[in-house]
Design a protein around this ligand. Structure first.
Ligand SMILES: Cc1ncc(COP(=O)(O)O)c(C=O)c1O
Length: 396
């Protein structure tokens, strides 16, 4: 017999979530995750993926992935430290380092995994981490795992960061202190104030860690937010993901050789979990090569982002303060945001509602992620649908 305690726990908690409208029914995409997707047989304009450059379905990436399956098989076969380090992983890490302008890089199985791995390999219970209040869940979990004292500072508030860094240093309680931030905040599309963060880090000898999951492929002509500000020599950890703009799967840290050497012997997901597959490794390498050779896809992404933003703003929607192609459409009331997203879906646009606790209460929104793969026709169609539903719900 299975546990009655577990059954009770599951039944009551799932019922509770459903009663409060917080139970997420997951949609199944029938086919590839492109600029248009099919769900329950309906074709929808897809404004919800992180596939910023459209690389998830790119012909060249598919082709190298197929070749790698032929030459190397479908799995890495072991964890990296036993005999799962294939020449393809080494090549990928070299490419990442060149892309990020650092001495070396280490690749992980996902961005989430990477944050769990890298933070806890360096920080411990005698340390402190200054963490932006809007940092991603994987940063929060990585910090928790390290057992370091977590000190949250107000989102992008540099006075608060400086004051808390000073207090932490003057307390004399900590061996090491890190400041950690998203490079681009995915819910609002704003960019971290890295020049000020680096200045504060220099004043207080803080370790700097930038999670650029939403900046890589997007800001700095594609090389990310650290490059955007020209700070490659001043940020200790340039963390990123291969799962969003790069279009594949995986995560990485780029930094000094000594840091990467340490992560390779001390970060647990690297030591105890099998590496990404040969197809994943070569597809990521190819994507990075393409980004280093040409900024065409990056330019297209920005062009499409600006086009969508302009269209929604002209209709009278509140699109917040985004500095990147991420385009929130802030509705306010949570239920209205959910209804708005549902109506968009019914009319042919897939744009998810994001509500508390992911964003502050009263700032419910529909979040749009235009990509380089969208055509103007698709964006125009989406804007017309926004107009129709916006008027129908008296939002514009
Ligand atoms: C800021 C940030 N960091 C890390 C991750 C995790 O990346 P991955 O999807 O590769 O696990 C995400 C994904 O949503 C993210 O937004």
């Amino acid at each position: 017999m299975t546990s009655r305690n577990l059954d009770q726990f599951l039944e009551s908690n799932i019922a509770d979530l459903k009663e409060n409208g917080l139970y997420n029914e997951i949609d199944t995409v029938e086919g590839a995750n492109g600029p248009e997707i099919k769900i329950k047989g309906n074709t929808l304009i897809n404004l919800s993926s992180n596939n910023y450059l459209g690389l998830a379905t790119h012909a060249e990436l598919k082709s190298v992935a197929k070749q790698a399956i032929e030459s190397h098989g479908v799995g890495a076969g072991a964890v990296r430290t036993i005999n799962g380090t294939l020449d393809l992983h080494v090549e990928l890490e070299k490419r990442i380092a060149a892309f990020k302008g650092t001495e070396a890089a280490i690749a992980y199985q996902s961005g989430f995994n990477c944050n769990m791995a890298a933070i806890s390999a360096v920080m411990d219970k005698n340390d402190a981490i200054l963490s932006d209040s809007l940092n991603h869940a994987s940063i929060i979990d990585g910090c928790r795992l390290s057992k370091a004292k977590i000190i949250r500072f107000e989102h992008s508030d540099m006075e608060d960061l400086r004051a808390k860094a000073r207090d932490a240093v003057e307390s004399g309680e900590y061996n090491k202190i890190m400041v950690i931030t998203d490079g681009v905040f995915s819910m609002d599309g704003d960019i971290a104030k890295l020049p000020e963060i680096v200045e504060i880090a220099e004043d207080f000898d803080l370790i700097t860690y930038v999670d650029d999951a939403h900046g890589s492929g997007v800001t700095g002509d594609g090389a990310g937010t650290v490059k955007h500000f020209g700070l490659q020599d001043k940020v200790d950890f340039q963390m990123g993901t291969l799962s969003k703009a790069i279009g594949v799967i995986g995560g990485y840290v780029a930094g000094k050789q000594s840091l990467i050497d340490w992560l390779k012997v001390r970060s647990r997901p690297f030591l105890f979990s099998t590496a990404v597959s040969p197809a994943d490794a070569v597809a990521s390498t190819k994507a990075i090569e393409m980004l280093m050779e040409s900024t065409e896809l990056n330019e297209k992404l920005w062009e499409n982002g600006n086009y969508l933003k302009k269209g929604l703003k002209e209709l009278g929607f509140d699109i917040g303060e985004s500095e990147t192609p991420i385009t929130p459409c802030i509705i306010g009331d949570e239920k209205q945001a959910q209804t708005f997203s549902k109506r968009l879906y019914e009319e042919g646009v897939y744009a998810k509602a994001i509500v508390f606790p992911t964003v502050p209460r009263g700032t419910g929104r529909v979040r749009n992620m235009p990509t380089a793969a969208h055509t103007k026709e698709m964006l125009d169609r989406a804007i017309r649908i926004y107009e129709k539903i916006g008027k129908e719900m008296n939002l514009i």
